[in-house]
Design a protein around this ligand. Structure first.
Ligand code: 9MR
Length: 502
């Protein structure tokens, strides 16, 4: 297996008939119900979340709050070294509610020599997740890669014992702390045969059922997954996974879900992804998009970023369209921490956030797919620079309207502002002027720059939300301290034209 296999386009030939949509999956219904309270809690906790967020971190438009309102989660992968990057973690904690450790729970880290365990790095990820109200996808227990050489050097008669001990020890250590486990990772070759790795060579195909049973015994509450790449659409490899899951279910082996890694190449999200997910859920298991990214041949053009936005929206819509798709996780937070450039020479820009952790068009498209609203964004290859205002709305006063909401606590507040162009001309670059109540001082803002920090201030568009078509809206916000007066501004003016309220 080479890294270049990830996201390889598969032929859609020789596809078996797709089972019908199974309708609402019981576990999904339960999940949705269980989250109603959680979604309300997130809304109530808006101040906290925006305080940690910074850019594009408004709770009202965060990926996680929108996802939770739809009954799914939105996750990311984090490595231990990511935790010391405060720009990265500000985005992670404000936007995502599920964490997959990038490397810290893999065998080479957790049991580098036989019987000698190291859970420190994995524990650090779990602590971060807990501190930020996020759940954890345990990743992973059994995998041919990042496997210490002592395992593959064992006599075949000792591999089963080593595998069971590893699973039992790790799953027991994290019992009650992980939402799910990728129990077996990437078991298949591209043609749908099982990989002849140390586990298969020692135990044959039965190692998979044995691993699942062992994990279930150690942590009966964890959702147990098989995870693989190039099984997103219908093809020989996903057929093999389908047949394996059907067989495991018929034998009563504990399996709860299938993870579709989803390392895509730009423009190649399979058209059969939704139907493929539906056939898995019809077997009585959940599915999840576990490692989403969408790589682009660099440099990424405006058109590439627009295509990536459409790819992200397609994946999210596919998940939302399948009862039993429990969530979507991106592999990494932003382009700067993505594995892609290090593995696929000449490729990158594979995530929703650019190298400076500014949201890209794929972020806006994801928000929209989740039912939120963002700017009428013009995709741009460089999402970090501010554009300067150029022309304002033509026409008289009343060609803009502004709705704002203040959430205040004793010494602080957050304010979310929705700007709508009610005129008949496109606004290309805008600044919104308003006066803060005495004692209010802006400490951070999202989707706009705000300056100065008190008195009469101006919020200016960023590069990705400067264009407002007629009827178009954009949402911005800021966090401020106050000294007792948390009142909203009395009026707003867009490019010098005063706006109506609403
Ligand atoms: O993101 C991980 C990267 O840091 C490692 O170098 C790499 C080594 O295999 O594994 C990456 O994560 C992989 C994940 O565990 C399984 N699916 C593919 C991911 C990307 O390689």
């Amino acid at each position: 297996m080479t890294a270049h296999d990830y996201g390889r386009r598969r032929s859609s030939g020789a596809i078996p008939p797709t089972p019908h949509d199974p309708g609402p999956h019981p576990s999904r219904t339960l999940f949705r119900r269980g989250l109603l309270g959680a979604a309300a809690a997130v809304a109530a906790g808006a101040l906290l979340l925006t305080g940690m967020g910074g850019q594009a971190g408004a709770a009202g438009t965060s990926l996680k709050s929108l996802a939770e309102a739809k009954g799914i989660y939105f996750g990311t992968a984090l490595t231990q070294s990511n935790l010391s990057n405060s720009t990265l973690t500000a985005v992670a904690s404000s936007q995502f509610d599920m964490v997959t450790p990038g490397n810290e729970m893999k065998w080479d880290t957790t049991e580098p020599s036989n019987g000698s365990y190291n859970f420190g790095p994995g524990d650090a990820i779990v602590s971060y997740a807990k501190a930020n109200g996020m759940r954890v996808r345990g990743h992973n227990l059994v995998w041919h890669s990042q496997l210490p050489s002592w395992v593959s050097s064992l006599p075949t008669s000792q591999v089963q014992g080593a595998m069971e001990a590893h699973i039992t020890t790790e799953a027991t250590h994290y019992k009650g702390q992980v939402y799910s486990w990728d129990v077996v990772n990437e078991p298949f070759n591209e043609d749908g045969t099982l990989r002849a790795d140390a586990f298969y060579n020692a135990m044959g195909s039965g190692y998979i059922a044995d691993a699942l049973r062992t994990a279930h015994a150690a942590d009966p509450a964890a959702k147990l997954y098989l995870n693989d790449y190039n099984i997103e659409g219908e093809n020989a490899k996903s057929d093999a996974m389908y047949n394996l899951v059907a067989s495991l279910k018929s034998q009563g082996v504990p399996i709860d879900g299938v993870g579709l890694e989803s390392h895509f190449i730009l423009g190649q999200v399979p058209s059969t992804m939704k139907a493929n997910m539906q056939r898995f859920t019809a077997l009585g298991v959940n599915v999840a998009v576990t490692e989403l990214d969408d790589r682009i041949a660099l440099p990424a053009s405006t058109a590439n970023l627009a295509q990536q936005a459409s790819d992200y929206a397609a994946v999210i819509n596919d998940c939302l369209g399948v009862s039993g798709c429990v969530g979507v996780s991106q592999w990494g937070v932003g382009d700067a921490d993505s594995w892609i450039p290090g593995t696929f020479s000449g490729y990158g820009a594979a995530t929703m956030y650019d190298n400076n952790y500014q949201p890209k068009p794929a972020y806006n498209a994801s928000v929209t797919a989740l039912g939120g609203s963002t700017a009428t964004a013009t995709p741009t290859p460089s999402a970090s620079a501010s554009a300067s205002p150029t022309t304002g709305p033509t026409g008289a006063a009343g060609s803009c309207k502004v709705a704002d909401t203040v959430n205040a606590w004793n010494t602080g507040l957050t304010e979310n502002i929705t700007i709508t162009n009610t005129g008949s001309s496109t606004v290309n670059g805008w600044s919104l002027a308003f006066t803060l109540a005495p004692g209010q001082t802006v400490t951070s803002a999202w989707n706009a720059t705000v300056s100065p920090s008190s008195g009469t201030v101006t919020a200016t568009n960023l590069s990705y939300n400067g264009t407002l078509a007629p009827g178009g809206t954009t949402q911005i916000g800021f966090q401020a301290t106050h000294t007792g007066n948390a009142a909203a501004p009395a009026s707003f003016a867009l490019n010098g034209v005063s706006c109506s309220a609403g």
